[in-house]
Design a protein around this ligand. Structure first.
Ligand code: AP5
Ligand code: MG
Length: 185
């Protein structure tokens, strides 16, 4: 079983939640582009200052910035034996850049998480009340969903031979069971 896993799915589908559990099981790092960008914003780095306006608008941060950030991260020693990617690649250009750097083996399995749009909006509005993420207001959530459909969904075709679809509705434990069986299939 390979340990180079990519989660694809719309905002709020549970990528981060499931990725955190999977990295514990596999002993590989969780490489989450959104978390890394939010950390850059919190630390007021040059990258954070460039990225923040795109993130707050629910737009993708320019490819050049994100690709450089992830390539730096994947060169670290803890990623030699695998990783769980969450949020990157986010479009076909980013996937091509990853393939160019690490080859076709950059990803073993692509787990595509699926839930309905209404469930997504409900989950994220609930999270907004608890965590206060600045892109979790309803218009920005709907815009992020639109960006997912236009920019990110085409990745499912790009990785077609590696894709396992996973129903993301149910408790976190139930979804995790499906994630693990999706990897074994
Ligand atoms: P990113 O941080 O990747 O956000 P996202 O894709 O919009 O997804 P979320 O993190 O909101 O949702 P998730 O699927 O991780 O769900 P979670 O597990 O948290 O990106 C943010 C921004 O950064 C982008 O808009 C863009 O600007 C920029 N960016 C990031 N990557 C980029 C890239 N590669 N290129 C360019 N720009 C990039 O769950 C959501 C909520 O639901 C939580 O509260 C959770 O507790 C709850 N939940 C989870 N599972 C369940 C369940 N089974 N039942 C009920 N509730 C659940
Ligand atoms: Mg996330």
């Amino acid at each position: 079983m390979g340990r180079r896993i990519l989660f694809i799915g719309p905002p709020g589908v549970g990528k981060g939640t499931q990725a955190k559990r999977l990295v514990d099981a596999l002993g590989v790092p969780h490489v989450a582009s959104g978390d890394m960008l939010r950390e850059a914003v919190a630390n007021d780095t040059e990258l954070g200052r460039e990225a923040v306006r795109y993130m707050e608008a629910g737009e993708l941060v320019p490819d050049k910035l994100v690709i450089a950030m992830i390539e730096r991260r994947l060169r670290k020693q803890d990623a030699y034996c695998g990783y769980v990617l969450d949020g990157f690649p986010r479009n076909v250009r980013q996937a091509e850049a990853l393939t160019e750097t690490l080859g076709d083996d950059a990803i073993d399995t692509v787990l595509v998480l699926e839930v309905t749009e209404e469930e997504i909006v409900e989950r994220l509005l609930k999270r907004a009340a608890i965590e206060g993420r600045s892109d979790d207001d309803e218009p920005t959530i709907r815009h992020r969903l639109e960006i997912f459909r236009t920019e990110t969904e085409p990745l499912i075709d790009y990785y077609t031979d590696k894709v396992q679809r996973v129903d993301g509705v149910g408790t976190i434990d139930q979804v995790f069971c499906r994630v693990v069986s999706g990897m074994i299939c």
